[in-house]
Design a protein around this ligand. Structure first.
Ligand SMILES: Cc1ncc(COP(=O)(O)O)c(C=O)c1O
Length: 415
């Protein structure tokens, strides 16, 4: 037995599925087969209960109350911060609670890159970034006179790191890249990139939207400078997202949004800022979502992220074999399981991805179809769109087989 088998043997998928009310429903007369967790995950009862508990018993605004429930709400919110920090093995002082990955990356591009970099400085991105890790840098570059450069994608879907050394040379100041591609499933050898960058005094910002929900991630081990992810992709509610940043960087960065909660003193002419991370949390936060995110961290720690990851690897391997055995299906991204995770993009020859998605849906199988907010990557792949199946801890081998049967129906209809 390999360590993968040992880990998977102990993941009780039936028990996991029983925690997720939505997975019990039927769609178009079929049991739902939800293979769209890379877009957003379903939520277990434990998370729904935490949100419900907050609104039923503790709802009040945070940080300003002198009354009991105001203090309870503040404890729940600040408790979520330390809980999430523990989940990613990072100091809580650097953990900013926001809405999602997009907001977190905009914060870094706007506050760090636009304000603290100088005209002519270079930022390195990759060809496979989600628009959330591309458009904010384009905006920052345009406003601050920065240069953008790109690591390219190899034909096998891995990241081409052959030009990395050259790209890290001055005037590069920052690299921002996904840990795992939402289209190709490619997992980037991040630690090597971060070590190489730090040798040149270049900072690294990690889009962990597709990694923190799917594998153990330790900020301390990665040694990254910024890391962003969304709670809704890891079984937490929509509306809770995270930016972790080195506290000393947050100290130097100007505020992103101004308003209540982020100030120390305000006069009519001028203001001073609260301490980090509060300086970056203007306005009333989504406390209920933060409570749900903390509950999601508890949920995953009870199961073990190594087990979640091993289960996904087995499902993905099964999915890839199934797709490879079928005629007329192009699969994008690495086939080597050590270089990838559980987002699998494919096309059925001569059938538009949207048609594929629609026919699968008729059979209760939910996949995503489109450009997946990665238009430059679609261009690199030479396609307008792909269908994407993405697995999570609650998916089963039988569901992958159901996708296979539904794809056979697509092929039959378009024969
Ligand atoms: C790799 C990656 N980055 C960023 C995002 C944006 O996440 P959100 O919409 O939660 O901000 C996504 C969402 O699919 C993603 O997959």
């Amino acid at each position: 037995m390999t360590s993968l088998d040992v880990a998977t043997a102990t993941l009780d998928v039936a028990a996991v599925r029983a925690d997720f009310p939505l997975l019990q429903r039927r769609v178009n007369g079929h049991p739902l087969v939800y293979l769209d967790s890379a877009a957003t995950s379903q939520k277990p009862q434990q998370v729904l209960d935490a949100v419900d508990n907050y609104y039923r018993l503790h709802n009040a605004n945070v940080h300003r109350g002198v009354h009991t429930i105001g203090n309870e709400a503040t404890d729940i919110f600040e408790g979520a911060r330390t809980r999430v920090a523990r989940f990613i093995d990072a100091p809580a002082e650097g953990l900013v609670l926001l809405r999602n990955t997009t907001e977190a990356l905009n914060l870094v591009a706007s506050s760090y890159a636009r304000e603290l970099l100088s005209p002519g400085d270079r930022i390195v991105l990759t060809e496979m970034e989600h628009h959330s890790n591309l458009v904010p840098w384009q905006l920052a570059a345009e406003r601050a006179g920065l240069e953008l450069a790109f690591l390219r994608v190899n034909d096998d879907g891995t990241l081409d790191l052959s030009g990395l050394d050259e790209l890290l040379a001055p005037p590069t100041k920052l690299v921002s890249l996904s840990h795992q591609s939402n289209v190709l499933g490619t997992v980037v050898p991040l630690r090597a990139v971060i070590d190489a960058a730090h040798e040149r005094d270049v900072l690294v910002c990690v889009d962990a939207a597709q990694s923190v929900p799917h594998m153990p991630v330790s900020v301390r081990d990665l040694d990254c400078d910024f890391l962003a992810f969304s709670g809704h992709k890891m079984c937490a509610p929509m509306g809770a997202g995270v930016l972790w940043a080195r506290p000393e960087l947050l100290q130097r960065m100007p505020p992103f949004l101004g308003g209540g909660s982020m100030i120390l003193r305000v006069s009519l002419e001028k203001s001073t800022w609260s301490t980090v991370p509060h300086k970056f949390e203007a306005g009333t936060p989504d406390v209920g979502a933060a409570a749900g995110l903390a509950a999601a961290c508890d949920y995953f720690d009870a199961i073990g992220m190594d087990r979640v990851h091993a289960h996904e690897q087995q499902l993905t391997s099964h999915l890839l074999s199934l797709l490879e055995e079928m005629d007329g299906i192009d699969v994008y991204g690495p086939h080597d399981m050590s270089a990838r995770g559980g987002a699998v993009s494919f096309n059925v020859t001569d059938v538009h991805a949207h048609d594929v998605g629609t026919i699968l849906d008729r059979q209760g199988v939910a996949v995503r179809a489109g450009h997946h907010c990665c238009q430059p990557l679609m261009k690199r792949l030479g396609v307008a769109a792909t269908a994407r199946a993405s697995v999570y801890l609650y998916n089963t081998h039988e569901e992958i087989d159901a996708l296979g049967d539904a794809l056979a129906e697509v092929r039959r209809i378009f024969r």
